[in-house]
Design a protein around this ligand. Structure first.
Ligand code: KIV
Length: 285
């Protein structure tokens, strides 16, 4: 199925028309191909690749170079999909100018259409600087995994009125700073519904309810490829871990019992070469 890549303003039109946006993460070429063929609207090359691909305990060790490499692979797999690069911890915390330099790397080297970064009020100047450099920015508030040290773990945010107020302030700051989309993670649906109505930009949810303008899931959770833990907000659509494990078990059994390889898996000698080969090996007898 051939598909045309959306431009950022078309996501705003989708919000206006009440058409929901479907978004997943991807970290590699084949998954990006599958996602594009399945008709996904946007792909995030998330720093969740730290856990889902590299087996780190969290996202903190992820580097710019790793993110760029995975963005390149995803771009090759999904040339007609809006791809977003996720700025890893340390790539935008130090200064506005370093944030701009790293955002530019995502576009020039990673081939992405936009970048995402975590935080609201406290990173508003970073968002403004990156936007001023001509880059499409997506904000990310609520549960921000790069700050789980400060948040005291992977905890839902905005569950008290005071905390909900802080989430709303973050949302307003992200929009005012010029971001063109906002992701809200692990926040009660009534809080994200209020923000979705209040903001002009599309507001996406990961664990923030149905009322948002679209949904994001981590592909490794969606297909059951990452099993170390599963957040409450995940809906699992497949159990790829079981399929892979069973396939490898079957292969191990076939090797041990000599059921693999079979004749059709072998390269045979070219016609007329068997006789010459028999002569040849006599020399080694
Ligand atoms: O890296 C990622 O996949 C993310 C999601 C958790 C929103 O940022």
């Amino acid at each position: 199925m051939s598909k045309r890549k959306y431009m950022i303003h078309e996501f705003c039109q989708m919000k206006a028309e009440g058409q929901k946006i479907a978004w997943i993460t991807s970290y590699d070429f084949p998954t990006a191909q599958f996602a594009e063929a399945a008709g996904i609207d946007m792909i995030l090359v998330g720093d969740s690749l730290g856990m889902c691909v590299y087996g780190y305990p969290g996202t903190i060790p992820v580097t710019m170079d790793q993110c760029i490499t995975h963005c390149e692979a995803v771009r090759r797999g999904a040339p007609s999909t809006f791809v977003i690069g996720d700025m890893p911890f340390g790539s935008y915390q130090v200064s506005d100018s370093e944030a701009v330099q790293n955002a530019v790397r995502f576009l020039k080297e990673g081939g992405v259409d936009a970048i995402k970064l975590e935080g609201g009020v406290r990173i508003a100047s970073r968002i403004r600087s990156i936007v001023d450099a001509g880059v499409v920015v997506i904000g990310h508030i609520g549960l921000t995994p790069q700050s789980t040290g400060q948040l005291g773990g992977h905890k839902a945010q905005g569950r008290t009125a005071d905390s909900a107020g802080l989430v709303i302030e973050d949302a307003l700051a992200v929009e005012t700073a010029g971001a063109q989309m906002l992701l809200i993670e692990a926040v009660p649906p009534e809080v994200s519904a209020f923000i979705t109505k209040k903001l002009g930009i599309p507001v996406l949810s990961i664990g923030a309810g149905l009322e948002c303008d679209g949904q994001l899931l981590i592909v490794s959770d969606l297909i059951g490829h990452f099993t170390a833990f599963t957040p409450k907000f995940v809906k699992r659509y497949a159990n790829v871990a079981e399929i892979i494990t069973n396939a490898i078990k079957e292969y191990v059994w076939d090797v041990k019992t000599q059921k693999f390889p079979r004749d059709e898996n072998c390269y045979h000698m070219l016609p007329g070469e068997e006789a010459k080969f028999s002569e040849l090996i006599k020399r080694y007898a």
